[in-house]
Design a protein around this ligand. Structure first.
Ligand code: NAD
Length: 435
């Protein structure tokens, strides 16, 4: 590895997850199993991908941890918050994502991960009724209590650094309100005034994490850190933020497939995506206010790949619809259908159908690992604010909309951004060669 200014990954890395449900219990089980050599972390870029560095005769392909100092899986220490008291073992069993034979070898370690009381407001997820919830005076007190949890976790485990990852249920949609979310001062005032309408519990977690010097990742489509006030806080505390919404199944396909249409200059008249899903995530998203948050996130993908203003003949007025249907028999095994109406030479219509039988948490777990490890790396590299290079992993990548920045949703452009950031943190030059 080259000499750089990036601090080494010395000591233990605490990973505090908000929400100990299907995704996070699958993530934790996989990491612990991989550590014992009993499973492979398939799908994880940080564990498998190789990036070319150098050109011509100097060209070589290296894994991420050969380029930049990425924390080792053996150094991860998990902790969690949840509305329900089930420990990580019980949660993994309840989720029915993994078979017992793939959980039991790490049963003891999983059982030791007991969720701290959640910072929760029933109005933000009406379908949840757990009672492992903090008793709080107001939103400011909620934030203070989370900060204390983080400090205690550090003390009890002796970890050197902590990353906080939200993989809890999707909250109801909180539209950005410039007056409240526009500046850090206004946000803090709203927390102190206990403004429950504009301050979601997730904002309290994010505020607490950044204030305690921890990077924060938003894995759900919540507004949370996608507001100028949080960008200000992340600059102030020098911490990276990443979000929103893990790009796992249908949107991954969309951001990889739409470029085929765009690159070949074919037209699009409509794209209808629907899926059935039966896990607790599906249950929460069955509530229209919670689905709205997801819908906004899922709809944003195509707009920046197939842009009407750039190609009016091809992309004006295409109809884009996304549905999620709660259907218990399938549990975590989501089935997605995409019907794509395209047109070609002289406007003649054609159709493409994609039927993806996926597993939601199996696709999300490696993203949790990569986002955590790369956010920790970014923090040690002195990067703060929105980490656009992590857009690759996210459905609705954050960008500074107040400055007219546009998100990058095109999977292969996102991959270039990811590779270049790793190259730069490893002391190599960024470039745009395709290989
Ligand atoms: N699996 C995927 O492919 C995927 C993709 C994108 C986003 N996501 C998002 O990831 C999140 C987790 O998905 P999941 O399938 O694990 O859901 P899940 O319902 O199994 O787990 C979420 C957990 O969060 C807990 N929770 C809710 N509010 C909380 C709070 N304020 N504090 C602490 N805990 C809280 C719930 O009690 C629950 O145990 C969801 O928001 C989902 O939309 C998942």
């Amino acid at each position: 590895m080259k000499e750089t200014n990036v601090k080494p990954a010395n000591g233990k890395l605490g990973v505090l997850v908000v929400g100990l449900g299907a995704v996070t219990s699958t993530f934790m089980t996989g990491v612990l199993m991989a550590r014992k050599g009993l499973a492979k972390p398939v799908g994880s870029m940080t564990q498998y991908d190789k990036i070319r560095v150098g050109k011509g005769a100097d060209k070589k392909y290296l894994k991420y941890n050969e380029i930049a100092p990425i924390a080792d899986l053996n150094d991860i220490v998990f902790g969690a918050w949840d509305v329900y008291p089930a420990n990580a073992y019980e949660s993994a069993i309840n989720a029915e994502v993994l078979k017992e034979k793939d959980i039991n070898p790490v049963k003891d370690e999983l059982e030791a991960i007991k969720p701290m009381k959640a910072a929760f407001d029933h109005n933000y997820a009406k379908r949840l009724d757990g009672d492992n919830v903090k008793d709080v005076k107001d939103r400011w007190d909620m934030t203070e209590q989370i900060r204390e949890d983080i400090r205690n976790f550090k003390k009890e485990t002796g970890v050197d650094r902590v990353v906080v990852l939200w993989a809890a249920s999707t909250e109801v949609y909180v539209p950005v309100d410039e007056k409240i979310h526009g500046t850090l001062e206004a946000l803090e005032a709203a927390m102190k005034a206990d403004d429950k309408e504009h301050i979601a519990p997730s904002m309290c977690y994010a505020y607490a994490a950044l204030s305690e010097g921890c990077p924060f990742i938003m894995g759900a489509p919540n507004t949370t850190v996608d507001i100028p006030a949080m960008w200000e806080l992340s600059e102030k505390t020098g911490m990276p933020i990443a979000g929103k919404d893990f790009k796992t199944g249908q949107t991954l396909v969309k951001s990889g497939f739409a470029p085929i249409i765009g690159t070949r200059c074919l037209g699009l008249s409509g794209w209808f995506s629907t899926n059935i899903l039966g896990n607790r995530d599906g249950l929460v998203l069955d509530e229209p206010a919670n689905f709205r948050t997801k819908e906004v996130s899922k709809l944003s993908t195509l707009e920046s790949i197939l842009v009407p203003e750039e190609q009016p003949d091809l992309y004006t007025d295409y109809y884009h619809k996304v549905r999620i249907n709660y259907y218990p028999p399938r549990n975590d095994n989501k089935e997605g259908w995409d019907n794509i109406d395209i047109f070609g030479w002289m406007g003649y219509p054609m159709q493409i159908k994609i039927n993806f039988l996926c597993r939601d948490s199996i696709l999300a777990a490696p993203l949790c690992l990569d986002l955590v490890l790369l956010s920790d790396l970014a923090a040690r590299a002195g990067r703060h604010g929105i980490q656009r290079f992590l857009s690759f992993f996210l459905k609705s990548p954050m960008h500074d909309y107040t400055k007219g920045e546009v998100p990058v949703n095109h999977l292969f452009q996102q991959y270039v951004m990811l590779k270049n950031a790793i190259r730069e943190m490893g002391g190599y030059e960024a470039d745009e060669e395709i290989d």
